[in-house]
Design a protein around this ligand. Sequence first.
Ligand code: FMN
Length: 498
Amino acid sequence: MGSCLPVEAEPRLQMWPDNIDDCSLPRQMGRSPLSNPVDLFHSEPVVKICAPMVRYSKLSFRTLVRKYDCDLCYTPMIIAADFVRSLKARHSEFTTNQGDHPLIVQFAAKEAQVLADAAGLVSPFADGVDLNCGCPQRWAMAEGYGACLINKPQLIQEMVRSVRNQVENPTFSVSIKIRIHEDLKRTVDLCQKAESAGVSWISVHGRSVEERHQPVHYDAIKTIKDSISIPVVANGDVKSLKDVEAIHQRTGADGAMTYQWSVVAAFLYGEIALLLLLCLPLVSPVRWNKIFMISVWNRIASYWNKTFLTIIVILIVLFLDAVREVRKYSTVQLNEDNPHSTHSAIDHIHMKLFRSQRNLYISGFSLFLWLVLRRLVSLITILANEMETENILKIEVANSNEVARKCLEENEKLQMSLKEMKHSTGEHLCLVTNEKLTVEVEQLKTALKATSEALLKTRNEIITARKHSEELKKEYDLLVKEHEKLQQQTGASSKKDL
Ligand SMILES: Cc1cc2nc3c(=O)[nH]c(=O)nc-3n(C[C@H](O)[C@H](O)[C@H](O)COP(=O)(O)O)c2cc1C
C-alpha cells in the first residue's frame, strides 16, 4: 500500500472551483445528476471495482480503466484533515471530470467532523466517500489512521453518522475499507456496527494487519458477507476477470447465488414439466410402466436411490439456507426506522428479502415436487401392475364362465336323459328290486327263526342229556355198591365151605 503525500497546512476551509479538470464540466455547471452507486450492486451480478491506490488511482488512471469495463473507481487515499485545511492539498489530491463517474473519494481520517467536512467538500463532484480502515503502514497507524481503526468500531460508527448528517444528498454513499482481525468475530462485530450506523457497503481486504503477501482469507470474507445485509466487496489477490469470478463464487457474493438459484429454478421447471407429462392422459400407466422398465433404468437403478437422497439433501440444505436468509433480512427490515439507514440500503434489504423469499419458494417447491414425483412414479407403477392383473383376471373369469356354461349345458343334458330313463325303465326296475329285497328279507327272517328254534331245541336236548347222565351216574354208583356187597357175601360163604 502506498503512502500519502504530505500537504501544506491552510488555515481556512474553502471551495476550489478551479481544481476540476479543464476538459470537464463540474456538476454544478450542468453535469448530469449522479445516480446512487449502491444501485450498481443491485444491477450487476459482479461489480468490477478499481481499488484505491496511492500515486496510481488518479484521474488519468481512472479514465484508462473505465475504458476497460471498470464499474466503479476510487481515488487514492487522501488525508481528510489536510484536504479540509489546505486548498493546495485539494488542488493536488483531487481532480475529476464529467466522465469520471461513478467515483468514490477515499479519505484517511480519525475525527468524525473532519471526515464529514471533507465529504461535504467532495460531495458535489463525487458519488461517495470511503474511509480507509485498512492501511497497515506504520506511519498511518501511528497517526491513528488506516488499519488501527478496525479496533475502534465506535469511532467508525461516529464518522459514518457524521458524514450522513453533513451531506444532504441521500444517494451519496459512505463506505469503509477494512482488513480482517485475527479473531474474525471482532471483524463481524465491526461490520455489523458499521452497517447499523448506515454504511453503504464494506470492502474487505481479506488479510490481517500483519499479513502482506500471504494468501487472502476468502472464507473470512464469506463469513462477513453472510453476517450482514449490505454489499460486501472482496479485495485481495484479484489479478484477472477469472479471479473475479472465482472469488465471487467462493465468497458467496450475489452473482454466485444467482447461478446456484438459477439451477434450482431450472430444476423446478423440469419437475413441473415432468409432472405435467405424467399427469396428462396422453400416455397410459401401462405404457409409462413399460418406459420405467426399459433396460436403461435398470442400469442406473443402483445409483437411483443415492441420487434421489442426494438431491433431497441438497434441496433441504438450500431450503434451510433460504429460511436463514429470509429470517436475516426480515430482522434487518425491522430496523427500517434507523435514521442512519439510507434509502438505498433499505431498498437493498428489500431486494435481498424478496430474493431470499423467492429462493425459499423455489427450494421448497422443488423439494415438495421431488417427493411428489417419486410418489407419482410409484403409484403409476402400482396402477399399471394392477391394470395388468385385472386384465389377467378378466381373461380367467371369461374362461371360468365358459367352463361353467359348458358344465351347465352338460348338466341339463344329463338331467334330460335321466328323466327319459325314468320314464322308460326306471320305475319297473325299482319295483322289481323292492320285491326281491322283500322276499330276501322274509327268507332271512324265516331262516333266523328256524335257527333260533334249532338252538333252543339243542339247548333242551343238552339239558335232558345232562339229566340222563346224572341219573346214569347214580345208577352206576348203586350198581357198584351192590356189586361190592355181592362180592363180600360171596367171599363169606366160600370161607364157610372150607
Ligand atoms: C501501490 C498501492 C497503493 C495502494 N494504496 C491504497 C490506498 O490508498 N488506499 C487503500 O485503501 N488501499 C491501498 N492499497 C491497497 C489496495 O487497495 C488493495 O487493498 C490491495 O492491493 C489488495 O491486495 P493485493 O495487492 O494483494 O491484491 C494500495 C495498494 C498498492 C499496491
